[in-house]
Ligand binder design. Structure first.
Ligand SMILES: Nc1ncnc2c1ncn2[C@@H]1O[C@H](COP(=O)(O)OP(=O)(O)OP(=O)(O)O)[C@@H](O)[C@H]1O
Ligand SMILES: [Mg+2]
Length: 476
């Protein structure tokens, strides 16, 4: 039999549910106060109405209609308009609750039938439960909702359940057993910052591609499945992002916003990479900065991280539409000398024996680029390569000297630090003007600023411009 689904109205959720909630079913949505249950439900009803033409009813035992309408307006959900059009009804049962469960059931049934509602939200089951006088009333209520509203009226129903604390052992009561779907919203702390999680405990008849998503309430309820790389359909040349006074653009408008304008001119930037973050993922943040320098005729010097071949870098440059001529004239990649190395104009070799000689060579390459282009230079340094060549102490000394030099020449230095150097991270953080961390949590890639301090942001890949760009959404 064909599986019929109802789009949830929540961005990012349908894709893991194979299209949406199973139709005509009862879904329990649980969570602590203020976690986002009402906002989730509002999207379910609003988008359902606007996108699918489904009439909806919101039954409230806690919030007044005025408060609900006003709060949801902040997210661009105009329920007043839906009500005027006869597509939506808000049923305020704050006082009716006291009259007992039969009265409540009767009113809900009547509204759903009158409107021919296809979607119903009961906010909340926990508030209604206070009116239950006998234990069997709960069963009667759940049974009525399941048989008369879900099955008979064909109305997909969200039943909200309140948890007292995030550590509640019992998240779902008896309603958890009869419900066809169980979702829990959670707030937690990660790296001393707010993380919001949505966990799908069950969804009958639905093959789930993932069960734990993160979400944000920024500009509405938006869920994020695991990071996915996208293909670029129609490759284009990178469009330079203008710098502002005092700041270099990171090349990504999205990252510029997170950092409050971009990277300050003459600054040292530390990008700390967490466990299990792939090269592709951190390149998403760093490569646009190099494109932004190259497409404005500025030089870029790179000491690649271990495992990143110069060919990979060349290929990255080409992804942004950087030409061979530009690569040859503006890019300089430092590669450790090895037998059979192919010398290209953009490759500079080093031996890793005499540090001061090598640093002098580095500065010469930089000076040549600066003089020829008449512009500042971007330095990208894989700290692990330096550490592997000149040790921790040598690396620190070089990076400190370089940071001072970059400040003087008003260039930009990006230091990439792979996991496994916690002490180094601390010291480099104190040298750096900007410190950004990129980490992985349940397959989601999260980015945040240590300096300046920011919230967590979810990283996605945006290929709409014809080249891979980061899209960062703040978790609030
Ligand atoms: N304009 C807004 N933009 C972003 N987030 C907001 C906005 N307004 C409120 N919030 C967030 O939404 C939360 C409230 O969400 P919601 O009302 O959906 O929670 P709830 O789970 O229904 O809470 P309760 O159990 O108290 O009914 C607030 O705690 C706040 O963090
Ligand atoms: Mg609520």
């Amino acid at each position: 039999m064909e599986r019929r689904v109802v789009p949830t109205g929540v961005e990012g959720l349908d894709v893991v549910l194979g299209g949406g909630f199973p139709e005509k079913r009862l879904i329990v949505l649980a969570g602590c106060p203020g976690v986002g249950k009402t906002i989730f439900s509002a999207h379910f009803l609003y988008r359902g109405c606007v996108d699918c033409g489904d009439e909806g009813v919101y039954v409230s035992f806690a919030e007044s209609k005025e408060a609900f309408y006003e709060n949801m307006e902040d997210f661009g959900l105009d329920f007043k308009k839906l009500e005027t059009k006869g597509k939506f009804r808000f049923l305020d049962l704050l006082t009716v609750k006291e009259e007992g469960v039969p009265a409540v059931i009767e009113l809900i049934l009547k509204e759903v039938a009158d409107l021919g509602a296809k979607r119903l939200v009961i906010d909340s089951f926990s508030a209604l439960a206070q009116a239950f006088k006998e234990p069997h009333e709960m069963r009667v209520f759940l049974h009525t909702v399941l048989s008369k509203i879900c099955r008979f009226q064909g109305c997909t129903t969200l039943l909200i359940v309140e948890n007292a604390s995030e550590n509640d052992k019992v998240v779902f009561g008896a309603e958890g057993f009869v419900a066809d779907g169980l979702i829990r919203l959670k707030r937690k702390s990660l790296e001393h910052r707010l993380l919001r999680e949505l966990e799908i405990f069950k969804m009958r008849g639905t093959p789930l591609s993932e069960t734990l998503l993160v979400f944000t309430l920024k500009d509405g309820f938006k869920a994020f499945p695991s990071f996915k790389a996208k293909l670029v359909d129609n490759p284009q040349r990178f469009q330079p992002q203008p710098d502002t006074r005092g700041f270099y653009s990171t090349g990504s408008p999205s990252l510029d916003v997170v950092l409050g304008g971009g990277y300050p001119r003459g600054s040292a930037v530390l990008i700390e990479i967490g466990e299990n973050v792939s090269t592709l993922q951190y390149h998403l943040l760093t490569v646009p900065t190099a494109w932004n320098f190259a497409t404005q005729g500025r030089g870029v010097i790179i000491i690649p991280s271990a495992g990143v071949d110069y060919k990979v870098i060349r290929q990255k440059a080409e992804e942004g539409g950087i030409t061979s001529d530009e690569i040859n004239s503006l890019l300089r990649i430092f590669v450790k000398e090895h037998p059979g190395i192919k010398l290209e104009p953009y490759i500079v070799t080093f031996k890793g024996e005499n540090m001061s000689e090598e640093y002098a060579k580095y500065l010469m390459v930089e000076r040549e680029l600066m003089e020829r282009t008449g512009q500042p230079v971007l330095h990208v340094t894989g700290a692990d390569t330096l550490i592997g060549t000149i040790g921790l102490k040598g690396t620190l000394s070089v990076l400190k000297t370089d940071a001072t030099w970059i400040r003087e020449t008003e260039g930009l230095g990006i230091i990439l630090l792979k996991p496994g150097y916690p002490k180094m991270a601390k010291i480099l953080s104190s040298i750096a003007d900007i410190h950004v961390k990129i980490i992985r949590e349940h397959g989601k890639i999260l980015v945040y600023g240590v300096k300046p301090r920011t919230n967590l942001h979810v990283l996605e890949m945006d290929t709409s411009k014809g080249y891979p760009m980061p899209k960062l959404t703040q978790i609030i």
